[in-house]
Write a protein that binds this ligand. Structure first.
Ligand code: ADP
Ligand code: MG
Length: 713
């Protein structure tokens, strides 16, 4: 399929290579492609500013104060003199400027030759840059300069100048003003080629401004109101493309009506429920099992997302629903993101179902030949009822006799393709339950995933005491060891987690191997037993140390974040996280979720250095203040900023969105969803010629194959 630029969903002049834009050319075009993924002129116009600065505001030098440190300001001042300092590579060039209120120094370390040639003493300039302050003196390093007469005579598009996402290489190839100029040039050339892609009645119904006007105002806002309308229009287009695609897939899935039927609540389920279950289910667990039951008798294929905070008991829901599948003559499988977790699930499920007429097998990347053969043969012959494993499950060799039900644990840990391959294991697609502890607000999940029903476990098993979280700096290390001793003396176990495995020269982070040694040193008594687990170890060694810890043959498990997800050792009550400032909030929350699983009071201790960035401090503070995963996820989103792609990818949302942000623009997302449903209701296959552009817009998103588990069908 030809790659059309976004703006023109159909072939258009805008598909032309960006090199034809004045001021770009071959070399810079290559750089734009490599650094920013900009290939065509349309791509360039879709490279939107991430903020704007007010070029109409001119400060007087006397007005500048330390609060403006490093923010962009514009001055109008006369050059009174120039000077040099230093020599060789340390050389710097200064221009001294003043207005009626004060004076400032402009400093260059690079491009000196060029700047000294172009600057004229005695003339007045518009100066644009970031002031810094030292002993009451104001200076600006590498500011932009523009002769006042020139600047005033130049026709400008807008008083608000866009600041564009860029990279260091682009910055030095084009210069600060350069990118803006390129955008201006692109606009002049492209303007006449921009055609509307939205059918008129959609524009009217949803109050959208024309595409051309939106593009003009996103780059050159004529007023704050126009900018807002422009953003709304461009975001709407992105959301609509995604929603058209999701809604089409959904109706496609529902029209097939080919879901396996699990009508029977049979022996396995009943015996387990009446005799084996180790604890009463929480209300939330019961509700979710009921929801799954309803789905699996509906005749439609189930696509369900199960959200539940760490420790809320998702595994039990997975197990009981797998028993339902087996009771109805189907095989089930459960895929976990790590070997450790797969082995743990296998052990737990074997233990809990002991005595039932149920055959459970495991398959991971490191399965030995015997284990592998048992699993593969058993699965193919139909003898194995439940297969548990890692992504080894999706290998082609794994042929199920009759796969009816798939559980994916900790879905955010899997790549998209890995997930997508499981449902092709059968002619008829199995029911899918995707589980995650990464909370996504319910409405968002429903709208963004669209083709997915959502269940929530919003209740922790009874008797859990909230985990107490503390932040210590290294100065308190002795206190920490003392505390660990006390806990261990009471028969408890502790995790000590490190961010890195090997010492890094550039970073002063606590390294696992060092840490292990110091713990062994600090816990010299023979009755404290320490074991280690990290990603670089051989699978069987990892397994052995997990086993030791699980069976309380070790008191302390020193580990990297390989234990982040899923690991369940209820007797462990202390989680120490070293260099905690290095972990993201959701990771910290996951790690903390390893404790507080039994009845005992649990603790999470975040260790860090004294010096912390403001953001790191906020993260650690938030951890100390709340154990609510939803609140932490929200805060995480805020801290990482709206433009953060990782954040959305982590929660499984990998759409090609340049400007729309599903976590912030929720209302518009709902609107676009409604629009997609409305459009498809009138024209299910988008066959009407007036919807041709919408069909293309939809294809863009479907064609990308970047859908998350909304792909499931
Ligand atoms: P997660 O949702 O994080 O995967 P798990 O399924 O690992 O949580 O469950 C956490 C712990 O809570 C396990 O030790 C599990 O046995 C226990 N658990 C689960 N459900 C209940 C319940 N209804 N009552 C008591 N304990 C439970
Ligand atoms: Mg789990």
């Amino acid at each position: 399929m030809t790659k059309y630029s976004y703006l023109c969903v159909m072939a258009s002049w805008l598909d032309n290579n960006v090199k034809y834009v004045a001021g770009v050319g071959e070399a810079r075009a290559k750089l734009l492609e490599k650094e920013l993924g900009i290939l065509s002129i349309g791509d360039l116009l879709r490279h939107y500013p991430f903020r704007y600065i007010d070029r109409t505001k001119i400060y007087s030098i006397g007005e500048l104060n330390e609060n403006m440190n490093s923010s962009l300001v514009q001055l109008r001042a006369r050059v009174t003199g120039i000077g040099y300092a230093g020599a060789g590579r340390k050389q710097r060039f200064s221009a001294f400027v003043s207005d009626s209120t004060g004076s400032a120094e402009l400093i260059w370390f690079q491009g000196i030759k060029w700047i000294e040639k172009s600057i004229e003493v005695g003339r007045e300039y518009l100066i644009f840059g970031r002031p810094s302050f030292f002993r009451g003196e104001v200076s600006l390093v590498h500011p932009e300069l523009d002769l006042v007469e020139k600047a005033l005579s130049r026709k400008s598009h807008s008083g608000m100048q866009g600041i564009y996402p860029s990279t260091e290489k682009i910055g030095s190839a084009l210069g600060a003003k350069g990118f803006y100029k390129v955008i201006c040039n692109a606009w002049s050339a492209a303007e006449q080629h921009i055609t509307e892609i939205m059918p008129r009645e959609v524009m009217e119904r949803y109050n959208l401004i024309p595409l051309k006007e939106a593009l003009y105002n996103i780059h050159f806002p004529q007023s704050p109101e126009k900018l807002k309308a422009a953003e709304r229009r461009l975001k709407f287009d992105e959301f609509l493309g995604v929603q058209l695609s999701i809604q089409s897939m959904r109706s496609d899935r529902l029209s097939k009506n080919n879901g396996f039927l699990f009508p029977k609540v049979g022996d396995l389920f009943n015996t387990f429920f009446n005799e084996k279950i180790p604890f009463p289910l929480t209300g939330a667990q019961k509700r979710v099992i009921k929801e799954i039951r309803q789905d699996t008798v509906s005749g439609y294929q189930m696509n369900r997302l199960l959200q539940g905070d760490v420790g809320s008991g998702k595994t039990m829901v997975a197990l009981m629903s797998m028993l339902l599948a087996v009771d109805n003559g189907f095989q089930a499988c459960m895929m976990a993101p790590t070997e450790i977790l797969a082995r743990q699930h296998f052990a737990t499920i074997c233990r809990q179902t002991e005595g039932l007429n149920l055959k459970v097998a495991i398959l991971t990347g490191s399965s030995k030949s015997k284990e592998r053969r048992l699993a593969l043969e058993g699965i193919a012959s139909g003898e194995v009822d439940i297969l548990i494993g890692t992504h080894a499950l999706i290998e082609d060799k794994v042929q199920f006799a009759n796969l009816g039900y798939v559980v994916i644990d900790e879905q955010h840990r899997f790549g998209v393709e890995q997930r997508a391959r499981l449902w092709t294991k059968n002619q008829q697609p199995p029911h899918i339950l995707v589980m995650t502890a990464t909370p996504i607000p319910r409405t968002l999940a429903m709208t963004m995933y669209g083709d997915l029903d959502v269940s929530v476990i919003d209740e922790l098993p009874p008797g859990r005491q909230p985990i107490r979280t503390y932040h210590y700096t290294d100065a308190a290390r002795l206190k920490l060891w003392g505390f660990l001793r006390k806990q261990i003396a009471e028969g408890r176990q502790a995790y000590v987690v490190y961010p890195l495995i090997k010492e890094s020269e550039t970073m002063d982070y606590k390294d696992l191997e060092d840490g292990f040694e110091s713990i062994v040193r600090d816990f010299p008594l023979p009755d404290y037993r320490v074991t280690v687990c990290h990603g670089k170890m051989k699978p069987q060694d990892k397994e052995e140390s997990m086993r030791q810890f699980k069976e309380h043959e070790a008191d302390i498990l020193v580990a990297t974040s390989v234990i982040e997800v899923g690991v369940d050792v209820p007797n462990a009550t202390v989680m120490v996280i070293e260099s905690a400032e290095r972990f993201g909030l959701s990771q910290l929350h996951q790690l903390r979720g390893r404790v507080g699983r039994g009845g005992g009071q649990s603790f999470c201790i975040l260790m860090s250095g004294e010096k912390l960035s403001r953001e790191a401090r906020q993260r650690l503070q938030a951890m100390c203040e709340t154990t609510d995963g939803f609140r932490l996820a929200e805060l995480d989103m805020k801290l990482r900023g709206s433009g953060d792609i990782n954040g959305t990818q982590q929660s499984g949302m990998a759409f090609d969105l340049k400007i729309a942000n599903p976590t912030l623009d929720t209302e518009l997302l709902q609107t676009a969803r409604e629009a997609a449903i409305w459009i498809l209701a009138n024209d299910p296959n988008l066959q009407n010629p007036k919807n041709a552009t919408l069909k293309a817009l939809r294809a863009r998103h479907a064609g990308k194959q970047r859908f998350d588990f909304s792909q499931i069908s």
